[in-house]
Design a protein around this ligand. Structure first.
Ligand code: LIP
Length: 278
């Protein structure tokens, strides 16, 4: 019910703020570069701060809802997303940005039920922005209602495409460049490259960006963003334009269904649903 969702949201906010404060301490100490570790590939990175932040967050969430499952980025034994109520957590989304002292990195916490986010929190400590949403009750930044831009036309849209952090194979890079070429010459008004799915979804939710897409993402990258974007009046789709699913590893978030379809048309041409086979 709504009262329990509000209680869970309050705990998720407190947890995100604790983790965000840890990020700010790292910024203050200028410590990010000194604790870089490689995960799967030389460009997929993690730091001790990701692990510490995850510990803080999970401790709090488990205390308030011991029966919920947890799917979290840094936990060794990642449970698969099921239909059961699940906390979906990315303690530091945009780790490479974080290491390079960029402001665009955040803490992401979602509660998913039946594989769909019912509440989401995104805290961007360096920008002092706290985003929240409960399904059916609107999206907020620092307590104020937000809404997406409503942009319907690619020609007046700013679109953000991410470059993959898990592969730099020539075929992958060529596919991405071909796609960028097509978007640029279409033409879109502007293209950007981001480094945090969470931050870019917040930009879409509050109308600073009209669309963002990426393949290879995980549920913790997009769970909180799904409910915040949708409650702000935006849409989440599959990169090919179909229904969004939290565990399909792809996302297209946009300010309107019309814009989502225009971007998806180009992505379909490039069969942009996965880069795994490259
Ligand atoms: C990041 C994603 C981002 C993607 C990065 C990375 P992480 O998550 O949010 O969209 O482009 O490569 O995967 O690993 O920093 O939490």
């Amino acid at each position: 019910d709504e009262a329990s969702l509000r209680r869970y949201l309050d705990e998720a906010v407190a947890a995100a703020q604790e983790a965000g404060n840890l990020m700010l301490e790292c910024f203050a100490r200028n410590d990010g570069q000194s604790c870089v570790e490689e995960k799967g590939t030389s460009v997929d990175l993690v730091t001790k701060y990701d692990r510490q932040a995850e510990e803080l967050v999970l401790k709090r969430l488990r205390a308030c809802a011991p029966n919920f499952r947890v799917v979290a980025e840094e936990t060794a034994n990642k449970e698969e997303l099921t239909e059961a109520p699940t906390w979906v957590v990315d303690p530091i989304d945009g780790t490479t940005n974080f290491i390079h002292r960029q402001a665009e990195c955040c803490v992401l916490i979602a509660l998913a039920v039946k594989k769909s986010a019912v509440l989401g929190v995104c805290y961007i400590p360096k920008m002092d922005e706290l985003y929240t949403a409960i399904r059916g009750h609107g999206a907020y930044c620092n307590g104020r209602r937000i809404s997406s831009s409503g942009c319907k036309d690619l020609r007046s849209a700013m679109v953000n495409q991410h470059l993959p952090s898990y592969s730099r194979g020539v075929k992958v890079v060529d596919r991405i460049m071909g796609l960028s070429r097509d978007l640029l010459t279409h033409p879109v008004r502007a293209m950007r490259c981001g480094g945090s799915a969470g931050v870019d979804m917040m930009h879409v939710a509050r109308g600073r960006l009209d669309a963002y897409f990426e393949v290879g993402i995980w549920p913790w990258d997009v769970g909180a963003g799904q409910v915040i974007v949708e409650e702000a009046g935006g849409v989440c789709r599959d990169t090919l334009g179909g229904d969004f699913s939290l565990d399909s590893r792809r996302i297209l978030a946009a300010s309107s269904p019309e814009l989502a379809e225009q971007v998806a048309q180009i992505l379909r041409k490039h069969r942009y649903s996965s880069l795994d086979a490259e």
